[in-house]
Design a binder for this molecule. Structure first.
Ligand code: NAD
Length: 483
């Protein structure tokens, strides 16, 4: 069967890219092309901009109640097609269908429902300056937003941008990752069916240097929300900052997972296995540097290795598959280069480090990698400092709290951290010392969308979640009325 060709979605219509060029995207589990993606250019972005700016005139004036109604309908429709979306996400990204069905797609629906509720329930500020006047703040929609997303949680992260953007009355041009465009494409028909007016959300598919850069460089797109790698974030900033664009950057990480000897051992072990290898380790929040207090180091390492060896790597459509395939051949090679580097730097591969030999037949050319644990590296080496973004973790013993906080913070990144201890005072002390946007104590990946989310240092600029998202996607104005 020849690969399906996707179209751009502009002004509620499926349209071919202006120059008519497409490229292949691959099924990572099989290593074969499965869709043709429009290689959009500036001309396509211009068309999308014309539609989005026209739609802005009415959408920005549409009542919150009506915006929320349509967004709730979008959420309902995504949920009604849960299995279809989950299968497509798995086929495109390599993750297990089960993960997509239980995490990615429900969360995408929840993003719309959450921000639909948020705009209905939020109130702005008011202050009475007695004898002088009365002030209140008003949120204004900003205009056409550029929303650029990565491949690891495709629909989940794209909708985390679209939902607050349109809830606040803006319109959008979205550019999903060129590796994973399928569920964004499917979302377009959901938007149509939910009755979202033409031009409010436009989807322009293509590469970062093509469509992505054209969005960032567009002189009349005043805000850019970007999730992706730190190097790309720097490039985007260098273009957007001198144009005074509003920028939200959610970037890479090298998160520490700190396990104290007084932890709930079984819970820490079980969750560390998940935080190391969920989604093939391709979650920006995965804990890739595991530090374990010396008295339990050997026991924890043995348990982690045993657990990793018990994880099933393979056919993403099977319910009991734990790890599917990495997203692309290029990314597989990059991750493997770190397995090699880890050994050159003196590390010992405790388990994994290879493509599973058992995967033959249709999966023999898939981009699979066994869960890999490397010990014996020092925290200053490249393998322990650079983001790998795959099923590869390092493990290292520590003796004191001060020492481990130093290791955790000695990083260019500052996205998240997990701390495992049953000592409440220590938990609060360590959590407050850690330089990361999110610190979990005795858990991982628990998210409350009302709370701020974002990274410190090279992990990002700005915060999203709750009112932080509303602040990013709207201009706040103060109006003062004299007494
Ligand atoms: P990437 O930076 O290569 O690409 C992300 C998106 O940016 C893609 O849509 C890409 O086409 C586009 N892009 C690339 N170059 C561009 C340019 N010059 N101008 C405009 N757009 C451009 O990232 P990726 O490989 O897709 O994703 C993996 C990275 O994302 C990892 O570093 C991971 O940590 C990070 N990430 C961060 C978070 C977070 O919340 N902080 C969440 C998920 C992923």
């Amino acid at each position: 069967m020849s690969p399906t060709a996707l179209d751009n979605f502009i002004n509620n219509e499926h349209v071919k890219p202006v120059h008519g060029h497409y490229f292949d995207t691959f099924d990572p589990a099989r290593g074969v092309p499965h869709a043709k993606i429009p290689d959009s250019t500036k001309e396509d972005v211009d068309l999308a901009f014309a539609a989005a700016s026209k739609a802005f005139k009415t959408w920005s004036k549409t009542s919150r109640v009506e915006r929320a109604r349509i967004m709730n309908k979008i959420a309902d429709l995504i949920e009604s097609r849960l299995d279809e979306f989950a299968r497509a996400e798995s086929k495109d990204q390599g993750k297990s269908v089960e993960l997509a069905r239980t995490v990615d797609i429900p969360r995408a629906a929840h993003n719309f429902r959450f921000f639909a509720g948020r705009i209905l329930h939020s109130v702005d500020e008011a202050a009475d300056l007695a004898g002088v006047g009365f002030s209140y703040s008003q949120r204004m929609p900003i205009g056409v937003a550029g929303l650029i997303s990565p491949w690891n949680l495709p629909l989940y992260l794209l909708t985390w941008k679209i939902a607050p953007c349109i809830a606040c009355g803006n319109t959008a041009i979205c550019k999903p990752s060129e590796f994973t465009s399928l569920t964004a494409y499917m979302l377009c028909s959901v938007l149509q069916e939910a009755g979202l007016p033409a031009g409010v959300v436009n989807m322009v598919f293509g590469t970062g240097v093509g469509a992505g850069q054209a969005i960032v460089e567009h002189p009349r797109i005043p805000l850019i929300s970007f999730t992706g790698g730190t190097v790309t974030g720097a490039k985007i900033s260098s273009v957007a900052a001198p144009m005074f664009k509003r920028l939200s950057l959610e970037l890479g990480g090298k998160n520490a997972n700190i396990v104290f000897a007084d932890c709930d051992f079984e819970l820490a072990l079980k969750t560390s296995l998940r935080s190391s290898f969920a989604n093939q380790g391709e979650i920006c929040l995965c804990g890739s540097r595991i530090f374990v207090e010396r008295p339990i180091y050997e026991k924890f390492l043995a348990g982690l290795v045993q657990g990793a060896k018990g994880l099933k790597v393979g056919d993403p459509s099977l319910k009991d598959t734990n790890l599917g395939a990495l997203v692309s051949k290029e990314h597989w090679s990059k991750v493997m280069s770190y397995v090699q580097l880890g050994q050159e730097e003196g590390g010992k591969i405790e388990c994994g480090g290879q493509k599973p030999v058992s995967l033959q037949g249709e999966f023999q050319n898939g981009y699979f990698l066994e869960p890999t644990i490397i010990s014996g590296l020092t925290p200053t080496c490249r393998t322990m400092r650079e983001e790998i973004f795959g099923p590869v973790v390092t493990i290292f013993p520590f003796d004191t709290e001060e020492e481990v906080v130093g290791y955790a913070n000695d990083s260019e990144y500052g996205l998240s951290c997990s701390v495992w201890t049953e000592n409440g005072r220590r938990a609060r002390r360590v959590a407050s010392e850690i330089e990361a946007g999110t610190v979990w104590v005795n858990t991982w990946m628990a998210r409350d969308l009302r709370m701020p989310f974002g990274g410190m240092k090279k992990s990002g600029v700005g915060r999203e979640g709750g009112n932080h998202s509303l602040d990013f996607y709207s201009e706040l104005k103060t109006i003062c009325l004299a007494d």
